[in-house]
Design a binder for this molecule. Structure first.
Ligand code: NAP
Length: 506
């Protein structure tokens, strides 16, 4: 490895080491030591963030846009090292790391463009009506303002796009909120390199160093201290339901409860409607297998459950999916723990009443290989465990008797990030009946596609009702995600000299 991690935290521009260390656990290559985080370091980072907030919230949109673009440039300048370290730590292929870096710098630059336009501020102005009867109306202006320091938890499955300089950090900095990141233990070296890039950009832009800190983990006390620090005003999180729920509960129990924007994953059901099944069931099966195995199934949008009307056409769909999945070799998962959790999940599904195993590929250690199971709708509806996410390349086919039972199955799903219809023209009536159920269930509804591959753009919604996310009204991907870190303030009768700069320039 040509890059040797320094192993320090980056707190308000300073590299800080601690005596206690934890070791990285790379999929390949050498392990390195990293300083373990402490509640004291979290407090230091939060104090610096709080101090920096007033100045940062008063910066112009142009200044913050330049900061975001400079971060993107600094990340690109470290591109080769990031790819090398990221690939070794996570086991993800180099091509994936390069692509994910493009997405990460692309979303930083997208936020720069977005805030330059200014419409995200949603400025409104009800002019004074001094002569209105029976009461005069005051001058009222409203705009979105940054809320304060934000805690960000780097996600394990996107070491760049959902981690240190990922969507949460980009959105918060774009809004004018300082960020304190809790690094993910699955990629501490990648996190450190990206934190170095942000620190260099903050310095190059002459901004207060307190607007960004990375505290590495190594102990649960770090995350707990971060979400309960009184200076933190909101949390961005992507991870497990258990971890997310524990941190959400801590946020709610604070003397001042704060919003916890947790993205906790789903099974992303796909409904294969009858005309589509008979016209192109095999193609859909092959496509589904491809989507299920992307990134060793470690995507929050992995379409884990397919619902199809039983019959010979459904058999063709299932055969093609079995063949497609059977052709995919075992590959390293992000951590040993995830590989163990994956196999536990597969065992749990396989032990379900009426569940038939169609494909069980042997895998051990850190490797994950595809599994495919099928079950009748009646057995699926009777066992809630079968509707829970198994993080990895596992598919479950639910065979329903008819359209009415497909509707019943659809209505039983909990909140999801996505829901998909595979349909042809002749399926329009059934699609129309299912749509209201799907839009209540999911943040994104797709037709004739696969849920993996989340476009970063203005119209994207990556969120959904619980347990897909802890905040159904928000998205963690796309420009709308900036709204999580803003709140509307109404200014009544303020002279222009006192109004935020943005009001006059938006
Ligand atoms: P995780 O265990 O929820 O951890 C995410 C982050 O939260 C880590 O920084 C972790 O710190 C911290 N954390 C978790 N529980 C905590 C608690 N009780 N107190 C304080 N901090 C806490 O998720 P993960 O490690 O990324 O992956 C584990 C599982 O999460 C996977 O097997 C998968 O099921 C799921 N997952 C889902 C998605 C998705 O997109 N939905 C993405 C990734 C993972 P520590 O590392 O120090 O524990």
């Amino acid at each position: 490895m040509s890059y040797t991690p320094h192993g320090h935290h980056l707190i308000a521009g300073e590299k800080i080491g601690t005596e206690t260390k934890f070791s990285s656990a790379p999929a390949t290559g050498q392990a390195f030591e990293f300083s373990t985080g402490t509640p004291e370091l979290v407090a230091q980072a939060c104090v610096a963030a709080q101090k920096a907030f007033a100045g940062f919230s008063a910066t112009s949109r142009e200044e913050r846009a330049v900061l975001l673009e400079t971060i993107a440039d600094e990340i690109d300048a470290r591109g080769d090292a990031i790819t090398e370290v990221g690939s070794a730590e996570t086991g993800l292929p180099e091509g994936r790391l390069v692509g994910e870096r493009g997405r990460t710098t692309g979303q930083l630059r997208l936020f720069a463009t977005h805030i330059r336009k200014g419409d995200y501020l949603d400025c409104r102005h009800d002019k004074a009506l001094p002569d209105r009867q029976p009461l005069a109306r005051p001058d009222l202006r409203m705009m979105q303002r940054p809320i304060g320091p934000i805690a960000v938890f780097g996600a394990s499955n996107f070491p760049l796009a959902f981690s240190v300089a990922g969507g949460d950090t980009a959105a918060a900095l774009a809004a004018g909120c300082p960020v304190v990141v809790k690094g993910h233990g699955a990629h501490p070296g990648t996190g450190e390199l990206v934190a170095d890039a942000i620190t260099a950009a903050v310095k190059a832009c002459n901004m207060d160093a307190g607007i960004f800190s990375l505290v590495q983990g190594g102990t649960r006390a770090v995350g707990e201290a971060l979400v309960t620090d009184p200076r933190i005003k909101a949390v961005g999180f992507t991870g497990s339901l258990g971890g997310g729920r524990a941190l959400y509960n801590l946020c709610a129990a604070r003397p001042e409860p704060i919003p916890f924007f947790g993205e906790l994953g789903s099974v992303n059901p796909m409904f294969v409607l009858p005309e589509a099944t008979s016209a192109r069931g095999a193609d859909i099966g092959t496509g589904w297998a491809g989507s299920l195995t992307m990134g060793v199934g470690q995507f929050c949008t992995n379409p884990g459950i397919a619902v199809v009307i039983d019959g010979p056409e459904a058999d063709r769909f299932v055969e093609a999916a079995t063949q497609g999945l059977g052709a995919v070799a075992a590959q390293p998962m992000l951590t040993d723990g995830m590989a163990d959790a994956y196999r536990d999940g597969a065992r749990r599904v396989g032990e379900g009443v009426g569940v038939k195993a169609l494909l069980t590929t042997a895998c051990e250690g850190r490797d994950g290989a595809p599994y495919l199971f099928e079950v009748s709708a009646a057995d699926w509806l009777a066992d809630e465990v079968l509707s829970e996410e198994v993080f990895g390349p596992l598919g479950l086919v639910v065979r329903v008797k008819d359209a009415a039972q497909m509707q019943e199955v659809a209505e039983s799903f909990k909140g999801q990030l996505t829901a998909t219809l595979q349909m042809d023209d002749g399926d329009t009536e059934l699609g129309r009946t299912l749509l209201p159920v799907l839009e209540r269930m999911a943040g994104r509804v797709l037709v004739n596609g696969f849920a993996t591959g989340v476009e970063v753009c203005d119209a994207m919604v990556h969120g959904g009702p619980y347990p897909a996310s802890t905040n159904f009204g928000a998205t963690s991907v796309g420009t709308l995600s900036i709204r999580r870190f803003l709140r509307p303030v109404c200014y009544q009768n303020l002279p222009e000299a006192l109004l935020p700069k943005d009001f006059l320039t938006a």
